[in-house]
Design a protein around this ligand. Structure first.
Ligand code: HEM
Length: 401
């Protein structure tokens, strides 16, 4: 994997709206006082995995019990569902501990977050889909583990499963007994534990890895910043009305999500300012292209090209460049379309202004932009609105080679 110059890191961080000045200091210097726990051990999350889940999942994989766990898991969907009777006793005992909200969860904030997600879904689809989704391909560890895990062989299916997470998180009753998010997050935690056991057995993953075990707590925080922190910054940069209560609620839903994914509370940022500081430490310095990431980005962008978004692939490429910088676009080899580039840079801000009632003048390109965002939303929503979300299953192997 290529290394970025410090200068490159600085300009990229600024372009992504993630930092004002990036600090490439290596040591873990983010203060636990800024976390939801308010205190901590100071241990570097780079070397923290999931000690509660990983040994359990390794044993289930070794004993060949995962296929039967997957079958039992299919009927376990709502937060209020009893744990499946087909689960091995140790898995049931573990889930009894973790399949619930943390004591500090604030239901009123979670409900507000769901409402915010609904009100702002247009921008969220655009930013999560074309911003965070493509950013994940320039996060070297994430790109390589997604590529070499079983799911990497079918990106459409994987994208749909990942969407399940966002969809279940955004449901109005996501955290209530009839919602599904607590279960979805716990299933994801099991999947991550399985990946930690499986990927180190694959030579192709090992040969390019800079860690012995994938998906550390630090890696999960990186992904959170590429999603939540990035989207938060962009909404502010785009001057979308974003009241403080909405900002707080949006952060809170991510705090709870991180807790449910097994990240210790001492690493979960308490405020957006703390999240920005952490992002500056863990995300910005590590962005870089990889062979695997370039292939994944191409696959993801051709998925959206399969459906008519009302715009050309050149326009999509330029939109990605607009939200992630030309530097990222160049890394990923996104073909230039200068006419589309000029259009995106003028039409998108005008579209936002009109949509938000900040300008009475409807831009001539309004319908094209509107069709683009709606088509993209429908592409992602397809699974959700059909009522059947793609079930998350625990992998038993890596990408077939
Ligand atoms: C699986 C979400 C962090 C690598 C999944 C799944 C979800 C998910 C919903 C299940 C869907 C599926 O099986 O494809 C998240 C969220 C994260 C996060 C919300 C952080 C906020 C990470 C990180 C890595 C990673 C940091 C690697 C560095 C993987 C891999 C799979 C997976 C390899 C398994 C794909 C397979 O089935 O082969 N993740 N993830 N994830 N995730 Fe994550």
């Amino acid at each position: 994997m290529e290394n970025l110059s410090r200068r490159g890191v600085l300009s990229l961080g600024v372009a992504l709206g993630l930092v004002s000045v990036a600090d490439s200091a290596k040591a873990w210097a983010w203060p636990a006082a800024d976390s939801v726990a308010g205190t901590g051990t100071g241990a570097d999350p780079e070397y923290v995995w999931d000690s509660a889940t990983d040994p359990l999942m390794a044993a289930l994989l070794k004993n060949g019990q995962v296929p039967s766990v997957n079958s039992a898991m299919a009927g376990w969907v709502n937060n209020g569902d009893p744990l499946p009777s087909g689960f091995p006793a140790e898995l049931t005992a573990h889930l009894r501990q973790v399949n619930r909200l943390p004591s500090w969860a604030d239901r009123a904030k979670l409900t507000r977050a769901a409402d915010f997600n609904r009100r702002r879904d247009t921008y969220l689809f655009m930013l999560y889909g074309l911003g965070s989704g493509i950013m994940s391909t320039v996060i070297p560890r994430e790109a390589r583990s997604v590529y070499w895990s079983a799911g990497g062989a079918d990106m459409q299916d994987r994208a749909a499963k990942t969407f399940t997470f966002g969809y279940d998180l955004s449901e109005l009753r996501a955290f209530e007994p009839t919602g599904q998010f607590i279960v979805t997050a716990n299933k994801t935690r099991l999947v991550h534990a399985a990946v930690r056991h499986l990927l180190p057995q694959l030579q192709q993953w090992k040969s390019g890895a800079d860690q012995d075990i994938p998906i550390s707590a630090a890696d999960i925080l990186v992904t959170f910043h590429s999603l939540g922190t990035y989207v938060h910054s962009k909404l502010i940069e785009w001057k979308i009305p974003f009241p403080a209560e909405d900002q707080e609620a949006f952060l809170h839903s991510w705090q709870v999500a991180l807790h449910l994914l097994g990240v210790p509370d001492e690493y979960i940022p308490k405020t957006w300012a703390a999240a920005q500081a952490q992002s500056k430490q863990v995300l910005t310095p590590i962005l870089a292209p990889t062979t695997e990431g370039i292939k994944l980005a191409e696959e993801l962008l051709s998925l959206t090209a399969q459906v008519d978004l009302g715009v050309t692939r050149g326009f999509q490429n330029e939109f990605v460049r607009y939200v992630l910088s030309d530097e990222v676009g160049d890394w990923l080899g996104l073909r230039r379309d200068y006419v589309a580039a000029a259009l995106v840079r003028t039409a998108w801000p005008t579209y936002i202004k009109f949509r938000e009632g900040l300008s009475p003048i409807m831009p001539g390109t309004f319908y094209m932009m509107d069709q683009f965002v709606r088509a993209l939303a429908m592409l992602f929503l397809n699974k959700g609105s059909s009522g059947t979300t793609t079930p998350i299953t625990i992998p038993t192997g890596n990408r077939p080679t």
